[in-house]
Ligand binder design. Structure first.
Ligand code: ACO
Length: 259
């Protein structure tokens, strides 16, 4: 399509659905019969959703249909048969991987708040997708696991940075090299979940969080996210300066509105 919009056939191949309702976009992983396994098409279509998202979208919810959020990469890609309609895995260059990472990286941009609604398994690329979101609301049956090292590969969908930012290097190393499962109670304790709720209350909990975020002025929400995302890499003085810069702009905006 000339405007870059994703066609129905491309959504189908990617195992994705997108709904946009005013300021809220919902991306649904929609291949429950394969536990929402991910393919190259999934990551490329996610990137195009990011590129074509309407400017007035302020919250992006990423959810999975069925019992699992996502079982990670479609393991058939590692077989000679592969997945119909998908490239073969084979040896790949960095540019190829960059194209896949683009599917997750946009979820961190300042103009939106992204929320992963996670139930059941979130494995490998599925765990990294949840990590790519700003916030994670999880069901009490959640099972996070970083399985890539067990397949002889590293997590390469931009998940290692948020993982380390949240749990620290030693815990991240332990989780990746044991590939063990993190259940709900530990996920909450480690900061991998902002909220844990019974599985049948996941949708309502996400709706409440979305409503709270939408109650904040768009420019204030964007400035706050920009400020907090920059904080770990700033000194105290640099961060204080960043607060001043953001506040001056917001105060000017308020004054202009009252004129
Ligand atoms: N790729 C392809 N197909 C999958 C995947 C996957 N990652 N995960 C599940 N499926 C398929 C199963 O083969 C099965 O298909 P079938 O009905 O034709 O037999 C169907 O989805 C249902 O899977 P079950 O295993 O029956 O579902 P269950 O709920 O018992 O278990 C679980 C779910 C734990 C997620 C299990 O399917 C599993 O371990 N999957 C593989 C997880 C994995 O190692 N992913 C790779 C991570 S590394 C990365 O992402 C880079």
């Amino acid at each position: 399509m000339a405007d870059g919009s994703v066609t129905d056939a491309e959504f189908e191949q990617a195992g994705l659905r997108l709904t946009v309702d005013g300021a809220v976009a919902t991306i649904t992983l929609a291949r429950p019969e394969r536990r929402n396994a991910l393919t190259f098409s999934t990551w490329r279509v996610l990137a195009r959703i990011g590129d074509t998202l309407p400017d007035d979208v302020r919250v992006v919810v990423v959810r999975g249909e069925g019992p699992a959020f996502s079982a990670g990469i479609d393991l058939r890609l590692f077989t000679a048969e592969g997945v119909p309609g998908e490239d073969a895995l084979g040896p790949r260059d960095e540019e190829f991987i960059h194209g896949l990472q683009a599917g997750y990286l946009w979820l961190r941009r300042p103009g939106i708040v992204s929320i992963a609604a996670v139930q059941g398994h979130a494995i490998g690329g599925g765990f990294q997708l949840a990590l790519s979101c700003d916030l994670r609301v999880v069901a009490d049956d959640v099972k996070f696991a970083m399985k890539e090292p067990a397949l002889g590969i590293v997590p390469d969908l931009s998940g290692t940075k948020p993982l380390v930012d949240i749990v620290g290097v030693p815990r991240a190393l332990e989780l990746c090299l044991t590939t063990r499962t993190v259940f709900a109670e530990e996920a909450a304790r480690l900061g991998l979940a902002e909220l844990v709720v019974p599985v049948d209350e996941l949708g309502k909990a996400v709706d409440d969080l979305v409503a709270a975020i939408l109650a904040i002025r768009p420019s204030t929400a964007a400035a706050t996210k920009r400020l907090l995302r920059a904080a770990p890499d700033n000194t105290l003085e640099e961060q204080a300066a960043a607060e001043r810069r953001e506040q001056v702009v917001l105060l000017r905006e308020h004054a202009d509105e009252q004129r």
